[in-house]
Design a protein around this ligand. Structure first.
Ligand code: FSX
Ligand code: SF4
Ligand code: F3S
Length: 381
């Protein structure tokens, strides 16, 4: 039997078992799509695109669609720590529902502070009863950096700390996702001087955490992780920063729509100049796409129409550890120093393909050199 058929059979029997679990929602995803004017054909097209995004062959599209239809069987607890709520907004703030936002609506969100009606005692009880009722079965998603100093971020009538809530919810979860750069790496809360001693989720719990960074992360990356868990029930292939390789395996620069201009030495020199009007490369006005691992250039935001570089500003490296401190100034290239040692001595390039810091430093030099030489050559023409 080929590996593909064997895997498909394994997934199908996992989905059969999940289907037997109680439905946690009254409606079905098909009803929700009907109400929003999304056809079955659109849904299957979407499933095909998600299949490709997850790095699976098209033969897996029907099981990906089925996993989405079974998303209501898996309870989800979503905790907020110190953040701007942009990660939740990435999913819920749309002018017309996307299939991702419908699925987010359809998964059984047992607890989500921004979206639920409960507050105070009732909210605290809801969290405790959801953890108890679905012990060992729920997906935990945590958004935000976690202040480690007990004085900051106390929540609810008992005054539990965010760190204590996150730890307790992690202890009993079936799978744990750090949603956004704050939860994955500390984010803006942990930026120098880090007054609340904010930490990433993986430093608060000793259970395995899958990081889904981005400030905010793409809605497809959040939903893709839920689907991946339903399909496989195991950790996906991860890079050195525990980011799923299917989403964070390539640099922004690798598939950027302005890459041809980079190679040709055509750079925007200042915002609003002729090069900017021509859609030239943004490296010289600070784009950090060459150092950033994420799939924004393919997946984009807002119904797949927009993303930072498409809108005319460079990538600021928002899915990399410590980017607030290490990627700045955001509108200048990193020409004053070699790009290295972003996080605990590792460089961003040490992630997906395990290139060492030495080579990374060379990469930084090579990129700056390319930009300089290409511009000089351009001037000679
Ligand atoms: Fe905000 Fe989420 Fe940035 Fe952080 O996103 S978009 S500050 S990653 O935790 O709300
Ligand atoms: Fe795109 Fe930035 Fe790379 Fe230029 S430097 S090609 S704008 S990712
Ligand atoms: Fe962030 Fe860069 Fe994507 S700034 S949203 S990783 S293009």
């Amino acid at each position: 039997m080929s590996d593909k058929i064997e895997l498909l059979e394994k997934i199908s029997s996992r989905l059969d078992a999940i289907e037997k679990l109680p439905k946690l929602k009254d409606n079905t995803i098909s009803q929700a799509m009907d109400e929003s004017g999304i056809s079955r054909r659109d849904f299957m097209k979407w499933a095909g695109a998600m299949t490709a995004m997850l790095g699976l062959s098209s033969a897996f599209a029907p099981v990906v669609a089925r996993a989405a239809e079974l998303a209501d069987r898996i309870p989800v607890i979503w905790l907020h720590m110190a953040e701007c709520t942009g990660c939740s907004e990435s999913l819920v703030r749309t002018d017309a529902p996307t299939i991702e936002s419908l699925i987010f609506d359809y998964i059984s969100l047992e607890y989500h502070e921004t979206l639920m009606a409960a507050s105070g005692w009732q909210a605290e009880e809801n969290l405790e009863s959801a953890i108890e009722k679905y012990k060992g079965q729920y997906i935990l998603m945590v958004e935000g950096g976690i202040p480690s100093d007990e004085y900051f971020l106390t929540i609810g009538p008992h005054g539990h700390t965010g760190a204590a809530n996150a730890r307790k919810a992690s202890d009993n979860a079936a799978a744990i996702f750090a949603i956004g750069t704050c939860s994955s790496f500390g984010g803006i809360q942990a930026a120098n001087p880090n007054p609340t001693k904010a930490k990433p989720l993986h430093e608060i719990t000793n259970k395995p955490v899958i990081n889904v960074p981005g400030c905010p992360p793409n809605d497809k990356n959040i939903v893709g992780n839920v689907l991946n868990y339903i399909l496989f029930g195991t950790l996906p292939a991860l890079d050195n920063y525990n980011r799923p390789k299917w989403a964070y395996g390539r640099r922004i620069h690798d598939l950027c729509e302005r890459r041809g201009h980079f190679d040709a030495g055509e750079f925007v020199q200042s915002f609003g100049d002729e090069g900017a009007k021509q859609g030239y490369c943004l490296f010289k006005v600070g784009c950090k796409g060459p150092y950033t691992f994420n799939n924004c250039s393919q997946e984009r935001f807002n119904h797949h129409v927009a993303w930072p570089i498409g809108a005319g500003h460079g990538c600021i490296g928002c899915s990399e550890p410590d980017f607030w401190d290490k990627m700045g100034p955001f509108e200048k290239p990193l020409t004053d120093r070699l790009y290295q040692s972003v996080f605990k001595g590792l460089g961003a390039d040490a992630t997906a393909d395990k290139i060492g810091v030495g080579i990374l430093a060379l990469t930084g030099v090579a990129i700056v050199l390319h930009a300089t030489i290409a511009t000089l050559k351009k001037g000679e023409k």
